[in-house]
Write a protein that binds this ligand. Structure first.
Ligand code: CTP
Length: 399
């Protein structure tokens, strides 16, 4: 089933050059199954015509308080929508909304709507920096609207600066979070560790592992989409940080990850320990680059303390991830669950096709505290993350 099937989204498009990106946003929403109503302001229609949106949505575009849709369209459109977004939101639109002015269909609809909007500002950087715009943005946040962006980059007239509308994919993710049915994750804080750690041998070399960070990032994205605020403690990876996750703590070594973890757990509802933490590290890393000419050298390693076991006393739900290869994996996972004080462990065998490191898919088995094991089918890491969260949600401590 498509994720937004049966959901209605209201998109306001005001007059900025970024309006062409709104067509792409509509395409993403429609492809995900949403029914999209577009309100196009008069100045918005100077950038993209109504025919484009009608073609993409298969629905009439709304433009005026006085034509089509009936005189009460401004009440109905907002009532019906599971999420309301304005992209691009110009300085003028933000000013009118902040002041509560309802002179056209879009502002009247936003004012009459039972829910607050996601606003994606787009404007010249000097307009953005102006105290009036900053005042309006603060007021709109105070009123409960969510401001997404703006981003830094190329603006109209080949200027560069802050004021560029965020990409359609980012707005799409925010709309997804808005449409998500009520879940026990909403308003909770979730800590996710992801990626590998790097343990220095000397200033230019390290002991590492093949973790890509994808599974951890997928868990972080899924928790955020369900309404959680997410702290992502991440080892070095090339995976982009998912939209919405603002509390990102980049670390390199297991020791740094340990400190970040201990500093983050207070008040957290759940910890997903997805990181592939090093098991061993060079006991005495060299402060100078080791030279090849110096001949072969032994690297003495020492065990890295178990990070998860070190937070066993924390009251949050703890989910461990284990890499197990071959026979006896299930028994070993059950033992780790107990030793590390976790309530759930997710195990995968990277030697299986489509599972483990550096691939987009995964096949996992979930073991809970009763020792019960459940194997999930091969799926994308995003789908696996959703299944893991469905099961973890039942184990969340009460509020
Ligand atoms: N883990 C941890 N600290 C470590 C090593 C692992 O917190 N120093 C966590 C991992 O993030 C994961 C879980 O423990 O959630 C299981 O990791 P795994 O590497 O499978 O287990 P190990 O304890 O390293 O055991 P083994 O090497 O025997 O497989």
């Amino acid at each position: 089933m498509r994720p937004f099937e049966g959901k209605r989204v209201l998109l306001g498009v005001s007059g900025g050059i970024a309006a062409y990106k709104s067509a792409e946003l509509v395409r993403l929403l429609v492809r995900a199954g949403a029914e999209v109503d577009v309100i196009l302001t008069r100045s918005g229609s100077r950038f993209v015509g109504p025919t484009t949106f009608e073609g993409l949505t298969g629905r009439a575009v709304h433009s005026s308080l006085w034509d089509g849709g009936g005189a009460m369209a401004h009440l109905e459109l907002g009532q019906a929508a599971g999420a309301i977004a304005v992209a691009p939101a110009t300085a003028a639109l933000l000013a009118k909304l902040a002041a509560g002015m309802a002179g056209d269909l879009l502002t009247a609809t936003l004012l009459a709507a039972p829910r607050r909007a996601l606003l994606a500002p787009a404007m010249n950087h000097r307009m953005l920096e102006h105290p009036a715009t900053q005042r309006n943005l603060a007021a709109l946040r105070g009123d409960g609207h969510t401001i997404i962006g703006p981003a830094y980059g190329e603006l109209a007239e080949r200027e560069v600066g802050w004021g560029r509308m965020v990409e359609p994919e980012v707005i799409f993710e925010h709309i997804g979070r808005e449409l998500e049915p009520e879940s026990r994750w909403r308003g909770r804080r979730v800590v996710v560790t992801a990626g590998p750690t790097r343990e220095p041998i000397d200033p230019v070399r390290f002991l590492g592992n093949r973790s890509s960070g994808r599974m951890g990032y997928a868990i972080a994205a899924a928790a955020w989409r369900r309404g959680a605020s997410v702290t992502l403690i991440t080892g070095p990876t090339d995976v982009p940080v998912p939209p919405g996750i603002e509390d990102v703590k980049p670390v390199e070594t297991a020791q740094e990850m340990c400190s970040a973890l201990h500093a983050s757990l207070d008040g957290a509802a759940a910890l997903f320990m997805v990181a592939a933490v090093a098991d061993f590290r060079p006991a005495e890393p060299d402060s100078q680059k080791i030279r090849r000419g110096d001949g072969m050298k032994q690297i003495i390693v020492e065990a890295v303390p178990d990070l998860l076991a070190s937070v066993a006393g924390a009251s949050c739900l703890k989910v461990a991830f284990a890499v197990e290869m071959g026979e006896g994996g299930l028994e070993s996972a059950r033992r780790k669950l107990e030793e590390k004080g976790a309530q759930m462990i997710v195990l995968n065998d990277p030697s299986e096709p489509g599972a483990g490191f550096e691939v987009e898919t995964n096949r996992v088995t979930i073991v809970d505290a009763s020792g019960e094991a459940e194997q999930l089918p091969l799926a994308t890491k995003g789908e696996v993350a959703d299944e893991i969260l469905n099961r973890a949600e039942r184990l969340l401590p009460g509020e």
